[in-house]
Design a protein around this ligand. Structure first.
Ligand code: MLT
Ligand code: MN
Ligand code: ZN
Length: 307
């Protein structure tokens, strides 16, 4: 299996258009040791031929252009077979609307994520220009299933979606139930030929036994690296909410994900969906040193992982 990181930043990207924090200003002006990052999206393939996207970020078109194996081989044909959604946040779904060019799309999502995107959304009509423009395939919690290509061929991968603590997307707050286990999932991809497993968890609201369960026996874990600390947005006055309020458990501190999750024995552990405020983006920061000393990597746009 080949995994390619198309975008590794949280919503807003790095730098973020309206931000001049130390990191955003620093990367814009070349004052810090860090690389710009687009919003989180990853693609993977079992055979380097048929590709699957995990999340469709608002940056999706330039992300597709950034990686030649997912360019169309001929007119109006794409090696991208389907798109997986891990939740309904705009930084994961908005890119779907950019893929509207009269092309059939296959989207794997839980029923709740599908309803959150399709119901009462007039913009969704742009993906209903012809019958069957979008085929939704329903991810059922805890069920391992064969991942199929657009035309129904097996892809060489299986997937299992597991409920992970999260929250409704911002645009659905107050409109839907917050305790719906289908709102946010971790995805476990397994390759048929060599049995290798990628676990993808880009939004983890709390560290629960289900988080450990989904990671068990993985060859690579990609994990929520949004914030370093709980008060990362509130202290500078950006937003009066903690990391936990935003359903992104912080990485640092004695109860952070790094401390709690590092007992796993997974060979490759990678933080992804990194907010522009996170000090671990700076390659010479203390926080980056702590992460790397614990055997974790910080995802970057263009990173490839062969499993
Ligand atoms: C998140 O990761 O919590 C969301 O992307 C936030 C947002 O939609 O602004
Ligand atoms: Mn996000
Ligand atoms: Zn910033």
């Amino acid at each position: 299996m080949l995994v390619r990181v198309l975008g590794s930043a949280a919503g807003g990207g790095f730098p973020q258009w309206n931000c001049a924090c130390v990191n955003c200003r620093g990367v814009r002006e070349g004052l810090i040791k860090a690389s710009p990052r687009t919003q989180e999206s990853v693609c993977l393939s079992a055979d380097d031929g048929d590709w699957f996207l995990i999340n469709a970020s608002p940056d999706i078109c330039s992300q597709i252009e950034s990686f030649s194996p997912i360019h169309p081989g001929r007119s109006r044909a794409t090696p991208i077979q389907a798109i997986f959604l891990t939740n309904g946040d705009l930084d994961h779904c908005l890119g779907l609307l950019s893929l509207r060019e009269n092309h059939r799309l296959v989207i794997y999502a839980t029923q709740s994520v599908r309803r959150g995107f399709t119901e009462g959304n007039v913009l969704y009509r742009t993906l209903q220009r012809f019958a069957d423009q979008v085929t939704w395939r329903t991810l059922k919690l805890g069920v391992e299933e064969t991942v199929l290509c657009e035309d129904g061929r097996p892809s060489g991968l299986t997937v299992k979606a597991m409920p992970i603590p999260g929250k409704p997307p911002v645009h659905l707050e107050g409109l839907i139930l917050t305790e719906d286990p289908e709102l946010n999932v971790g995805l476990r991809f397994r390759q048929g030929t060599n049995g290798r497993v990628l676990t993808y968890l880009s939004a983890v609201g709390r560290i629960t036994p289900s988080v450990f369960e989904v990671m068990e026996g993985s060859d690579c874990v990609m994990f929520d690296g949004t914030f370093w600390s709980s008060d990362e947005l509130s202290t500078p006055g950006f937003l009066e909410k903690s990391a936990e309020d935003l359903a992104h458990w912080p990485v640092g501190g004695p109860e952070g994900s790094l401390a709690m999750v590092s007992k796993i024995t997974t060979p490759r552990r990678v933080f992804i969906h990194i907010n522009n405020t996170n000090p671990m983006l700076r390659e010479d920061s203390l926080e980056r040193k702590i992460v790397e000393a614990a055997g974790w990597e910080v995802a970057w746009d263009g990173m490839e992982i062969r499993l």
